[in-house]
Write a protein that binds this ligand. Structure first.
Ligand SMILES: [Zn+2]
Ligand SMILES: [Zn+2]
Length: 137
């Protein structure tokens, strides 16, 4: 997503864009995107400063760090970015900052649910799907 500060009217402007997930290089071994990143940006210009309020949303599939099940999760981020309005470089590229903000929200250990029971350390059965016979010994 790019903003040309020359085209920001005094009352501000709202921009919407779908950024392909590949363009942001956000996928990891445990988080894969299932949709483009939907970005809404409210842009304001105050003399020499540009203020951008961003809402970003993306559907991702994650691998649970306890039971290894794949589950889907919506990542929603709201944040604001501030830039200098520079006449010599009026086009601001937002993607690197959007990428950084989304990554900050990544869980270090994603969980399919907060009470995920995980896998049996002996037989490897997913204990969310019922107990195994090791549990009684
Ligand atoms: Zn789990
Ligand atoms: Zn077991």
């Amino acid at each position: 997503m790019k903003i040309d500060v020359r085209q920001v009217p005094p009352e501000g402007v709202i921009l919407r864009e779908e950024i392909p997930s590949g363009a942001l290089d956000l996928e990891t071994s445990i988080i894969q995107f299932r949709s483009p990143v939907q970005v809404t940006a409210k842009v304001y210009r105050i003399t020499n400063a540009v203020s951008v309020e961003i809402n970003a949303e993306v559907l991702a599939s994650c691998i649970c760090s306890r039971c290894l099940a794949v589950f889907e999760r919506n990542f929603k981020n709201s944040f604001s970015l501030n830039y200098q309005a520079d006449i010599n470089a009026p086009v601001i590229e937002l993607n690197p900052d959007i990428r950084e903000e989304i990554m900050l929200d990544y869980p270090i250990k994603p969980l399919c649910s907060s009470n995920c029971k995980g896998l049996c350390p002996k037989c490897g059965k997913n204990l969310n799907q019922g107990g195994c016979s090791c549990a009684t010994t």
